[in-house]
Structures are given as structure tokens and as C-alpha cells.
Design a protein around this ligand. Structure first.
Ligand code: B3K
Ligand code: ZN
Length: 868
């Protein structure tokens, strides 16, 4: 594939004002008729070039006249029509084959139903079109299908007609009054049950809400529906955004490449982000549904009403919408815990991406396959950049900025620059330097030093910027406060808390402080994680203890304790590397004490304590090494620390476990979910001691549980214990859930993560399980993805067996679904950070994948970059 560059952007040669589509649906021969009113954009004499792939052209008409073969040129990817008048009526007929579409882009089938995925470039697999986001058209869609097989016929906008046809078929017509880009087109046809509700908007309009699922899932839609209504209200209250159609529909499908899709008025969802009831879904699933339902709904304004000029602007809608959904979830549950979870994800996934071969700016400058740029950088770092704008402007001014943005650009396809200029316009800030956040890849580091001199406290911040910033500083908000040894806030210029604006490579601030502080002064830096940077400051263990005990910013309390754990673990891991064996040193006293102090707060805020005592993941620890990553020592030292903490605090942990037991019905609600999460952590600590008292306790929890969260958490804890009970419970779980693929994904994922020597053989065996199918992205992520991503000890087996096996699976996947294959291949990104033997084996796996004549563009771009 050729490289597409942002700097080469030119406006479209033609625009399409209206498009009237008629689909005669059948699995392998769907007939599509498209009537378009087009007009020339500007003064030029270029031909009309339409995108089109993987389909059969039947006929082309311009202004009522059928074209002969010398009036157009057809290639594998385009249809070029010559001598088109300035205004024309173009009619195209073509045929597609949804049944054999395994890439899940365009029109395809899932569980026998028809559905679509068009973002970013799937519409060109449905009909010939100018398939780019800056061509906005009004759509009318007519669907015709066999009435008994496909009783439900849906598309974007509002329904305007439905009738029976003569031949056992029926038809439905939908009109979307809002001009939209082709990537927001959707249709669904199938045998589905509809769950109905309604929502009255702030101006008093009633919207009909529908969730469509297979009949056997009808009892699993309540939570998605409640989440939708919460999101609709929240967007009115927080952003003043009201819904703009008579209906809003969500359809759940089992085969879906991503989480969900925000098609105008017809969101299509991966069923895992819709379906939940207490006995099948965990608290994590409930939270995921709440945030994804909200995310897609919020796109109705941030993405649909105001859309992207080109795909380099993807973060304009994704970064902003992720920020919106993060804040929504924070308002629905625990703000502090939500922030911790979001930063955890950013550090584990985005920081790693930014430090590796796929690093790219939030606004990428070039791509070969745009599907490869739906990344954590575009989404999560993009959200952090919007959050920084909010923090720089303050909430009220930021709202003025978003009002201006929605108002000024409604119905248009715009750029990130347009968004930032609205923010500059409503504030007094010069945001020219802020642009760097969008333009430069890599995570900046802030080196912080401080001094205390006779009533004055001096803070210095030096920026270490990534190479591609060419020495230019970043502009960022930096939350800051100071504490004394006793954990009391120290007022700086009379204030307990500051948001500093950092904008120079080296900057310092002087504050007057009132009291005389002879002893320890502890700065709390980047509070609430106001900027997506790495902060380096030379904290003593004691200072971290002060923050983890007393910081008034919950995020920084968590961060301080995690830093302390990480310091201990990294020290031990390095020692084990030097000595060649697992250490025997005792638990550091301060760390143990801080852990115990956190446990004391369990009753007050169970969810927060659960987050604090969760150990950093093996992957996150591995990311701290830039060569010879010691996978074995990371695994063993992490397990040893867990055991030491468990042994030291065994009776307290037991008490906490018991006192947070709940009776009564399951509810997804912050405190109850926090208690369950705390019990999960506590039980995992206890089970790490490998004592039968605790494994029995876990087994009892499994047997007694009336909800999936408690049931699955017992499995997780038993997995740590590698006890006999584990096998028993796994079998019981399978017997109960083998007919429920979404639940079985948990079972697949858990086994793929088991760290014993049989891991790979077990995963290979599970690929033969009747519930597994390599064609389904959820199954692939659960089994293959979990092994490759969350089982570093066995995936990185020094024999290379894990690498070779995965390379073969990726090649197998590439023939069916290049997007999924490309995503899976990114686990090889880190090859340079391993010892010579592993690095060579990983590189060989990459080469095997890459050096095939039929390697897809998606996969070739990723593996090409990884190989360097
Ligand atoms: N906008 C879609 C992503 C579609 C990705 C296609 N590869 C989901 C979302 O971010 O809301
Ligand atoms: Zn999105």
C-alpha cells in the first residue's frame, strides 16, 4: 500500500449531495443500487473517481444514460468516470457477497444476520462512492429482504416506510436528515428481538430507544439501556447536547472487530459491550458497557454532527469522546478510581506504544493502512490532551470552548486545529506551543528538584523532550501541593494546591511558606495526573510513605504506594538478575507498614484500597527494562512479594475478606463493586500462600456465588494458588457455561494466563474446544491474545515456542481478518528489549510473518515498522 500523508490533503473533486441506496439482501448475492446527486467541487476538469473494492460492478448511468465501457475505467480499487457534467445524477448497480466477508468490514453476516462496519473505509466494499469523511451526504436507504429470515430491517435516521412485497420479501425505508460521511452509514437486517424504552430530551422531545439482540439475550439488556439513558441526560447537563432524531437504536452482534461503532442513529456493538446480567457479567463488564454505550452515544455530537476532515484528524473525535466518556464514568461511579484505571491503561499501553516502533503523534502525519491508527495514542493520549486543555482553561471556559466548537462547525468536517482554536478563542491562552502535544510522538519526562530556603520553597522543573520535539518545550498544567512529615498540607503562597503552567525547558517557581519546616517537605507532583508525562523526583521511601498515607489527592496516594512497590520489585529483580536466583530478603518494613495502613481504610473506601494493593503487572514491570528484560525474575519476584505481604498481613486480610461479604441481590453500584474488588485482591493474596484453608475459601466462594463477579474472582484467586481445587472449579465453570461464548471468553482468557509449564500446550488444546472459533475476534482476543499479552513468562519461553506458534496463528488470521492479525502482531514490537536469544527468535517470527507475498497491507505496515 502507498503511504498517505497529511501534507498532501486536497479537498474532494466532487461532492455528493444526496444518495439513495436500495439493498436487495441475500447472503452471497446482495444487490446494491445507488443513486447519487453529485456536483463538481471548484473549477477543474478532472474525472469523477469513486472508491470500490471486493465487489462486482453491474452498470453505471450518468443522467439517465448507461455508460459504455470506454466511458469509465474500473480497477481493483476505483471506478473512474470521464466527462461528468458539473451537476449530475449518477446511478450505479453492483453486487456483493456478505457471506464470504471474513474481514468484518463493509457488509457481512454475523450469526446469520446482516450488519455493517464502515469506519474508516468499509463503505467502499458496499458500493462505489467517494469514501472519505469530508464528503457529507443525505442518505435515503431502502432495504429489501426475506420477511421470515430477516424480520428486522434497520438503517440510519428515522423510519419512513415499511411494507410487504409480493414474493415473501418485505421492505423498509429509512431517511437520515443529517448530512453524514459514508463511514457513519449502517444497515442491519436480521431476526432480532427488540427491547424498547424512551427518553424525553431537555426540550421535551420523545426519543424511542431500541436495543436489538438475539431472542435468547433479551434478558441481558437492562444495564445497556440504563447506561444509554444516563449518557443522554449527562450530555445535556454537562455539554448542553441534545439528541437529534426520533429513534436511537443499538444492535448487538457477536462478530465485531472493535468494541462498537457510532453510526448515526444506529450504533452497532460487539455483543460483549451490550449483554449483561448478574450471573453472566462481572463488575468489569458492567463498567465497560456503561462507558462504551456512553462513548458511542457521545459521538453523536463529537464525531457525527461535527466530523473529521480526514483520518489524520481521528483524535479530534476519538480523543475528545474518550475524555467525555471518562468524565461520564467518573460521575457515575468513583472519580478517583476511574482516574487510576485510566492512567494505568495509559501507562501500560500508550507509554509502551510511544516508546516502541509504532510510536506516532496524536495527529499522525502518514499512514499506509488507517485501521492501524485506531491506537491508544490517538484515543487515550488524545483524551489526555483534551483533559489538559480543560485543566488549562478551567471547566467553565472549556465549556464555552466546546459550545463554540459545536456551534461553529455543526454539519462540517473539520480539523484538530479548528478545535484548538476554539479553545484559544474563548480563553486568554496562547495555545500555539500546546500544539506540540498533537504533533510529536513520545512521552516527555519532567525532572523535578526542590529546595527550601528560609521561608521560601523553590520548585524546579526541567523538561526532557523526545527527540522529534527538536528541543521545543511542551505546555502543560501541573498539579502541585506540599506536605510535611506528618502529612499536613503546607500552604504555598497561602494556598494548599496549585496548578502550575509548565511551558519552558527549565522553569522554577518560588513560593513563600508560612511555618518553619525544618524537617521533611514532600512535594505531591502532577496531582490527578494533570499531564501525560513521566515525573522523576528523588523521593525517599519515607516521603513516599507520607504521600501514600496522607496526600489529599487520591490518585497521588495510589501513585506513591505503587512507586514504592515498584522500587522494591525492580530492586529485587535486578538483584536476582545479578545473582541468578530469586532473593531471600525480608519484606521492607516501611512498605509493609504502608500496606497495613491501607488495609485499615478498607471499610471506608474498598475500591480505592483494592486499587492500591494491586501489584503492578508483569508487563508494566517489563517496560521498565530497555534490554535483557528478565521475564522469569519479574514473574518470580512479583509472586514472592505477594506472598510476603500475604504472610505478614494474613489475619487482617482474612478479616477484611469476611467483613466485606455481601448478602442480598447483586447490584452494579460503586460501593458493592468496590467490596467485591477488594475481596478479589484479598483472596488472591491469601491464595498465594498456597494453604488449603484459603483455597477452600476460594472454592466455597465459587460454589456460593450468585453472580459472575464473585464466581470468576474465585477462579482468579485459585489460579494464583495452582491448587487441585483450580481444576475442579474450572471444570464446573465449563459445564455450566459452555453454551455461552461471552462467558466462555473469561474461561479461555484465564487458562491462557496460567503460568505453569503446560501453558502453550493448553492453549493449543483449547483452540479445539467446540466454543472456540478463530473467525470470531472475541474468541481470538480471549485465548490467543491473552496468552501473547498477559502470559509473558510462557509466551517468552526461551525456546521460542510461543513466538513460533503465535506467528503461525497470525498468518492464519491474516487470510481471514487482516485487522485482527495486525493487532495481534504488535506483541512483537518489544523484541529489541529482550536478550540476544529471544530477540533473534522474535525477529525471526516477525520476518516469517512479514516476508510473505500475500501479507496484508495492515499486517505488513505493523511488522515492517517492528522490524525497523
Ligand atoms: N469509531 C469506532 C472505531 C471504528 C474502528 C474501525 N477500525 C469506535 C469508536 O471509537 O467509537
Ligand atoms: Zn470512538
Amino acid at each position: 500500500a502507498v503511504e498517505i500523508r497529511l501534507e498532501d490533503y486536497t479537498p474532494p473533486d466532487f461532492l455528493i449531495d444526496t444518495v439513495d441506496l436500495t439493498f436487495d439482501l441475500s447472503p452471497s448475492q446482495t444487490h446494491v443500487r445507488s443513486q447519487m446527486k453529485i456536483h463538481r467541487n471548484g473549477v477543474h476538469d478532472r474525472a469523477l473517481v469513486l472508491n470500490g473494492e471486493h465487489m462486482t460492478l453491474l452498470s453505471v448511468q450518468v443522467d439517465g444514460r448507461a455508460l459504455t465501457e470506454n466511458q469509465y475505467v474500473l480497477t481493483e480499487t476505483t471506478l473512474t468516470i470521464f466527462d461528468v457534467p458539473d451537476q449530475a445524477h449518477v446511478v450505479i448497480e453492483n453486487r456483493i457477497d456478505p457471506a464470504s466477508n471474513t474481514a468484518l468490514e463493509g457488509l457481512y453476516q454475523s450469526a446469520g444476520n446482516f450488519c455493517t462496519q464502515c469506519e474508516p473505509e468499509g463503505f467502499r466494499r458496499i458500493t462505489y462512492f467517494i469514501d472519505r469523511p469530508d464528503v457529507l451526504s443525505r442518505y435515503t436507504v431502502t432495504l429489501i429482504a426475506e420477511a421470515d429470515l430477516y424480520p428486522i430491517l434497520l438503517s440510519n435516521g428515522n423510519p419512513v416506510a415499511a411494507e410487504k412485497c409480493v414474493d415473501g420479501k418485505h421492505m423498509a425505508r429509512w431517511v437520515d436528515p443529517h448530512p453524514k460521511p459514508s463511514y457513519l452509514f449502517a444497515l442491519v437486517a436480521g431476526n432480532l428481538t427488540r427491547i424498547t424504552d424512551e427518553f424525553v430530551t431537555q426540550s421535551g422531545k420523545t426519543v424511542e430507544l431500541g436495543i436489538y439482540v438475539e431472542a435468547h439475550n433479551a434478558d441481558r439488556c437492562d444495564h445497556a439501556m440504563a447506561s444509554l439513558k444516563h449518557a443522554m441526560r449527562w450530555d445535556e447537563q454537562v455539554y448542553g447536547r441534545e439528541y437529534d432524531l426520533d429513534v436511537f437504536n443499538i444492535v448487538a452482534v457477536d462478530d465485531f472487530n472493535m468494541g462498537a461503532m457510532e453510526n448515526k442513529g444506529l450504533n452497532v456493538f460487539n455483543s460483549r459491550y451490550v449483554l449483561a446480567k448478574p450471573d453472566t457479567a462481572t463488575d468489569g463488564d458492567y463498567a465497560g458497557i456503561e462507558s462504551v454505550v456512553a462513548h458511542e452515544y457521545f459521538h453523536n455530537w463529537s464525531g457525527n454532527r461535527v466530523t473529521c476532515r480526514d483520518w489524520f484528524q481521528l483524535s479530534l473525535k476519538e480523543g475528545f469522546t474518550v475524555f467525555r466518556d471518562q468524565e461520564f464514568s467518573a460521575d457515575m461511579g468513583s472519580r478517583a478510581v476511574k482516574r487510576i484505571a485510566d492512567v494505568n491503561l495509559l501507562r501500560q499501553v500508550q507509554f509502551a506504544e510511544d516508546a516502541g516502533p509504532q510510536a506516532h503523534p496524536v495527529q499522525p502525519k502518514a499512514y499506509r493502512e488507517i485501521n492501524n491508527f485506531y491506537t491508544s495514542t490517538v484515543y487515550n493520549k488524545g483524551a489526555e490532551v483534551v483533559r489538559m486543555l480543560r485543566n488549562l482553561l478551567g471547566a467553565d471556559t472549556f465549556r464555552q470552548g466546546t459550545d463554540l466548537y459545536f456551534d461553529r462547525f455543526d454539519g462540517q468536517a473539520v480539523t484538530i486545529e479548528d478545535f484548538v482554536s476554539c479553545m484559544a478563542e474563548v480563553s486568554d491562552l496562547d495555545l500555539a506551543e500546546f500544539r506540540q502535544w498533537y504533533d510529536v510522538a513520545g512521552t516527555p519526562k519532567l525532572l523535578v528538584r526542590d529546595e527550601y530556603l528560609e521561608g521560601q520553597y523553590i520548585l524546579n522543573i526541567d523538561q526532557m523532550v523526545p527527540e522529534s520535539a527538536k528541543g521545543h518545550p511542551y505546555m502543560l498544567p501541573f498539579g502541585f501541593a506540599l506536605f510535611d512529615e506528618a502529612g499536613q498540607p503546607v500552604l504555598l503562597d497561602g494556598k494548599a494546591e496549585h496548578i502550575l503552567i509548565v511551558e519552558q525547558l527549565s522553569q522554577s517557581w518560588t513560593f513563600s511558606i508560612e511555618k518553619n519546616h525544618a524537617d521533611l517537605l514532600v512535594p505531591s507532583l502532577n496531582r490527578g495526573f494533570t499531564a501525560p508525562v513521566e515525573v522523576q523526583y528523588d523521593y525517599s521511601d519515607e516521603a513516599l510513605g507520607v504521600l501514600s498515607r496522607a496526600d489529599t489527592d487520591a490518585f497521588n496516594r495510589w501513585d506513591a504506594f505503587q512507586r514504592r512497590i515498584q522500587r522494591c520489585l525492580l530492586g529485587r529483580i535486578r538483584m536476582a538478575m545479578d545473582v541468578g536466583s530469586v532473593g531471600e530478603d525480608a519484606l521492607p518494613e516501611d512498605l509493609s507498614k504502608a500496606f497495613g495502613q491501607l488495609l485499615l481504610e478498607a471499610a471506608q473506601d474498598p475500591m480505592f484500597v483494592a486499587e492500591c494493593i494491586a501489584l503492578p503487572s508483569e508487563n508494566y514491570l517489563a517496560d521498565q527494562f530497555d534490554h535483557d528484560t528478565p521475564v522469569e525474575w519479574i514473574h518470580h519476584e512479583r509472586a514472592r512479594l505477594r506472598q510476603q505481604l500475604a504472610a505478614e498481613w494474613e489475619s487482617t486480610l482474612q478479616l477484611i475478606y469476611q467483613s466485606h461479604d455481601q448478602d442480598g441481590v447483586y447490584r452494579f453500584e460503586s460501593r458493592a463493586a468496590g467490596q467485591r474488588q477488594l475481596r478479589r485482591q484479598v483472596l488472591s493474596y491469601l491464595c498465594s500462600l498456597k494453604r488449603s484453608a484459603w483455597t477452600q475459601l476460594a472454592k466455597e466462594q465459587f460454589e456460593r456465588a450468585d453472580n459472575m463477579t464473585e464466581s470468576f474472582n474465585a477462579l482468579v484467586a485459585l489460579n494464583v494458588s495452582d491448587s487441585a481445587e483450580f481444576e475442579h472449579v474450572l471444570t464446573a465453570f465449563e459445564a455450566r457455561w459452555r453454551h455461552d461464548p461471552l462467558v466462555m471468553d473469561k474461561w479461555f482468557a484465564l487458562q491462557a494466563q496460567r503460568s505453569d509449564e503446560n501453558a502453550l500446550a493448553r492453549v493449543q488444546g483449547l483452540m479445539e474446544h467446540p466454543t472456540f472459533s478463530i473467525k470470531n475476534p472475541n474468541r481470538v482476543r480471549a485465548l490467543i491474545g491473552s496468552f501473547a499479552r498477559i502470559n509473558p513468562l510462557r509466551f517468552h519461553d526461551s525456546s521460542g515456542s510461543g513466538y513460533q506458534w503465535l506467528a503461525d496463528r497470525i498468518i492464519e488470521l491474516d487470510a481471514m481478518n487482516p485487522q485482527i492479525a495486525a493487532r495481534m502482531a504488535s506483541v512483537f514490537n518489544t523484541w529489541k528489549r529482550f536478550d540476544g536469544n529471544r530477540a533473534a527468535l522474535m525477529r525471526a517470527a516477525l520476518k516469517k510473518i512479514h516476508d510473505r507475498p500475500d501479507c496484508s497491507a495492515d499486517l505488513a505496515e505493523i511488522t515492517g515498522k517492528a522490524l525497523g
